[in-house]
Design a binder for this molecule. Structure first.
Ligand code: T4K
Length: 410
């Protein structure tokens, strides 16, 4: 880290030296105990059993089921394939209601198998599906709802479960962000028909690439196990359509290592969250997305909601300023699935129906956290934001020629 900026002229976007010599990413992987991981990998190599339901995957599944308190966990090669398999195992067809304020994988997992995602707006407080609008979007073709626990904060689970029950719909939760989080004291993973986790490298607990489907429904779990292994029910005996969704042994070894460090990683994420909270307190127009202290949280996303009118600087200008300092802030989930292909062309929706998704996706910034981010780094990032906000008129004036040159935030 180079010196702290004191004046607007020190900002890298105006020619100063970047606050950080190297790029600071939002999702640097948490590595856990390297020695334990290498021991496990050596053991895997010695055993010459690299994939196909090995003992590390079995142990990882047991541990995930334990952490979430769910009867069945099926480890999958990544979160996207896990969604695809869960959708197929639940026999969803026709139309499925999903938020557009999510990572594109949620929508793709449907469209990939010829199911139409019907995008529903969100609640601006929770950032999750608005159950009232979900109900209005149900048609005779609707077979299911996929709620996404964005940032690990739960959907309005009870209202969605009630809707699904009354309308005989499948209910799946994309819990990619929500591993080790709770809702009303109950661990996420046990809601709806099934829930899907991602253990991608950028998630706070990772298996390099990986995911899992968890459910309390034994029949569903059995179907999922067949489907993730080409439909094999025994050697030379295929009983249904399937794919290759298996997790490898090294991935499971990484996952087990992460699970051993789970509490430490969460503690670091929480420390960073509290530092961001203190460092960004009482800034006009900038609000840190809060986690409910009464619940278990993994604190893996640090998300700012920027009210550009109140700050006097656009969200994208703030992102550009941070990038110049080598803080590679992200705009998850801009511009919303409905504004990306193929959905923009194939299922245009009238603007009004996703107005809150549009507003939020134009206001959010994700900031770096995780075990690779030290307390002084968080404080320095907060210092940059505070400097910009404190001198917003000067910053805006100096930015104006650049903004009109049409530069866009990455
Ligand atoms: N549903 C939801 C709600 C999701 O958020 C996701 C994934 C899924 C479903 C699908 O699950 P998976 O199939 O991925 O298991 C990233 C992740 O790739 C993606 O997993 C995640 N959500 C999404 C929110 O973020 P990108 O395209 O932004 O990734 P990328 O490559 O730009 O990496 C993000 C940051 O992490 C960068 O700042 C660089 C840094 N990084 C990344 C990798 C891979 C590292 O420092 N080291 C690394 O190894 O999507």
């Amino acid at each position: 880290m180079s010196g702290l900026h004191k004046t607007v002229g020190d900002l890298a976007i105006f020619g100063g030296k970047p606050a950080f010599a190297e790029a600071l990413h939002v999702g640097r992987p948490n590595l856990g105990n390297r020695q334990r991981l290498l021991e496990r990998i050596n053991d895997i190599l010695d055993s010459r059993w690299l994939t196909n339901h090995g003992r590390y995957v079995a142990e990882f599944e047991r541990r995930v089921a334990e952490v979430t308190g769910v009867a069945h966990c099926v480890a999958i090669c990544n979160g996207t394939v896990a969604l695809e398999i869960a959708i197929r195992a639940l026999n969803l067809r026709g139309e499925v209601i999903v938020p557009a304020f999510t990572f594109i994988a949620t929508a793709h997992a449907l469209q990939w198998q010829g199911i139409q995602p019907v995008f529903c707006d969100i609640d601006l407080l929770t950032h999750n599906l608005d159950p009232a609008q979900v109900e209005r979007l149900i048609t005779p073709r609707t077979t299911g709802i996929i709620g996404v626990h964005v940032w690990g904060r739960s959907c309005e689970v009870e209202r969605l479960e009630d809707l699904a029950r009354r309308h005989h719909l499948g209910l799946l939760f994309d819990a990619a962000h929500a591993f080790a989080c709770s809702h009303h004291g109950r661990m996420m993973g046990s809601f709806g028909d099934a829930e899907v986790f991602s253990f991608h490298a950028t998630k706070f607990a990772n298996t390099f690439e990986g995911g899992a489907i968890v459910t309390n429904n034994s029949e569903l779990a059995a179907r999922i196990r067949l489907m993730k292994n080409f439909g094999f029910a025994g050697k030379d005996h295929v009983v249904c359509l399937g794919t290759n969704g298996k997790m490898s042994e090294v991935s499971a070894a990484m996952g087990l290592t992460a699970l051993e460090s789970l509490e430490e990683i969460i503690a670091v994420n929480r420390r960073n969250y509290e530092l961001y909270r203190a460092g960004l307190a009482e800034l006009p127009g900038i609000r840190l997305v809060a986690y409910d202290p009464a619940q278990k949280n993994n604190y893996q996303y640090i998300v700012l909601v920027v009210d550009s009118a109140e700050v006097g600087i656009s969200r994208d200008d703030l992102v550009r300023i941070l990038h110049a300092e080598n803080v590679i802030a992200r705009r998850y989930f801009y511009p919303g699935c409905h504004r990306m292909e193929p959905y923009r062309s194939c299922c245009p929706q009238d603007g009004a129906s996703l107005a809150r998704t549009d507003l939020l996706s134009q206001s959010v910034i994700s900031l770096p956290t995780g075990t690779a981010v030290a307390p002084e780094t968080v404080q320095a990032i907060c210092g940059i934001v505070r400097l910009v906000v404190a001198h917003r008129r000067e910053v805006q004036r100096r930015l104006e020629p650049r903004s009109s040159e049409g530069a866009t935030a990455a």
